[in-house]
Design a protein around this ligand. Structure first.
Ligand SMILES: *Cc1c(COP(=O)(O)O)cnc(C)c1O
Length: 423
């Protein structure tokens, strides 16, 4: 489908029905697959033949949906995971282990920060957090001999900082490691990090991709562009794997090496797969991704402009506001979304009063679905973080994250207006 426009890929990518087969990606809700002989199955276990045998490793529904997302991002291969958290973990753990080190932008989703700074640290993997607006020299200074990757968000949740992807890619590559980008907020409809030098993209598909708040999920996509054999930093890909009779992924699978290793090793051993039923729901979401993302972005910019002129609002952050310091970067990379953040005058207390007065917009621990929703990160998703950590993630204590849905814009603004009048 490579020559089609992205909205066509949203609808028809990843799955081609053969003669007499279902028009819609079918839900193959089966843990296992039958073979005529033990030999047939043995070849699958040795990776000599490709085919399905157990859904923890591969499943036709999951694979079709992963293939669609790979097409949307312009990558060569992808794998679905059971959550965005699993995707972040796998994307890094696939190429590093205890004793290794990762350079990471500090503007991160709170869950990712905990995963890296607390849980992965316990596994012996160290992270150095750099400011997302750091200079090349400052990013360079964070590297160590054991650094294996750079991890960033294209548009950070919830701080809405736009990453200069080309700058981070350049520094990563000059140090011989890949750039991994969490592209959850812009989605490939707005931003395709591979066009700017990123090597791996991950998503929480729970957000815009599913779009209806039905299924938690994630995906890891490989551009196929990073040469794992250029140095000796990635022995997991360039030296034999004893658990597959000495097979070497980079030699056996070329551009598919990174995702193949993730499937046959990490999925085999850790098993964070989505259910085929969830993948089916994700696929229905993807079919309307293009339409929905356009409307989300139009609506969020309209809300941002409305708030910018309101005398009860202290500050507004939306990358497409002309006054925003990331405006130019946002236009360059397409880093925008349906999310706007702001502070109500009067701080934390006013934030709570405002949120409790909303009628259409619901207070939920969610973002980026078709219904308008709102959250106060400092008291919820980022509750674990100290004030210092909060600020280093770009989250001020009064920050309200407003995820603008695809309802009629007049109804959304009327709701905000009546809630502000209560403050
Ligand atoms: C929600 C989110 C995650 C985590 O994804 P889950 O699907 O909730 O596990 C990771 N990154 C970003 C940017 C997110 O918004």
């Amino acid at each position: 489908m490579n020559n089609y426009h992205i909205n066509t890929k949203c609808i028809q990518g990843g799955y081609v029905a053969k003669n007499g087969e279902p028009r819609v990606v079918p839900i193959v809700q089966s843990t296992t697959f039958k073979y005529d002989s033990s030999n047939d199955m043995g070849d699958l276990f040795d990776l000599k033949a490709s085919g399905y045998f157990y859904t923890r490793l591969q499943n036709p529904t999951n694979d079709a949906v992963a293939a669609k997302i790979a097409e949307l991002e312009g990558g060569v291969a992808a794998v679905l995971t059971s959550s965005g958290q699993a995707a972040s973990f796998y994307s890094i753990f696939n190429i590093c282990g205890s004793g290794d080190h990762i350079v990471c932008s500090s503007a991160l989703y709170g869950g990712t920060y905990n995963l890296f700074a607390v849980t992965m640290k316990k596994l012996g993997i160290d992270f150095t957090f750099v400011n997302p607006t750091a200079t090349e020299d400052e990013i360079n200074a964070a590297f160590q001999d054991n650094t294996k990757a750079v991890f960033t968000e294209s548009l950070s949740n919830p701080s809405l900082i736009v990453l200069d992807i080309e700058k981070f890619a350049k520094v990563a590559h000059s140090n011989g490691v890949p750039l991994i980008v969490d592209n959850t907020f812009p989605t490939p409809v707005n931003c395709r990090p591979f066009d700017f030098g990123a090597d791996i993209v991950i998503h929480s598909t729970t957000k815009y991709m599913d779009g209806h708040a039905t299924s938690v999920g994630g995906v890891v996509v490989d551009s196929g562009n990073f040469d794992w054999t250029q140095n000796d930093k990635f022995p997991g890909l360039t030296t034999p794997d004893d658990s597959y009779h000495g097979l070497t992924y980079a030699t056996a699978f070329g551009k598919g090496a990174y995702i193949t290793k993730m499937v046959v090793q990490l999925m085999r051993d850790l098993g964070a797969i989505p259910s085929p039923n969830n993948a089916f729901l994700l696929n229905i979401g993807l079919e309307t991704l293009f339409l929905r993302v356009q409307r989300h972005c139009e609506n969020s910019l309209a809300v941002a402009k409305y708030l910018e002129n309101h005398d009860k609002i202290e500050w507004v952050n939306h990358p497409e506001l002309k006054s925003n310091k990331f405006y130019d970067l946002s236009k360059k990379y397409g880093a925008t979304s349906g999310v706007v953040s702001f502070g109500v005058k009067g701080g934390r207390e006013s934030a709570v009063k405002f949120m409790d007065s909303l009628k259409l917009a619901a207070i939920v621990t969610h973002v980026a679905d078709c219904r308008t929703c709102v959250l106060h990160p400092a008291s919820t998703t980022h509750r674990q973080l100290t004030d210092e950590q909060l600020l280093s993630c770009g989250v001020s204590p009064d920050l309200i994250r407003f995820s603008v849905g695809i309802e009629h814009i007049d109804d959304i603004i009327a709701d905000i207006e009546q809630a502000l009048s209560q403050v």
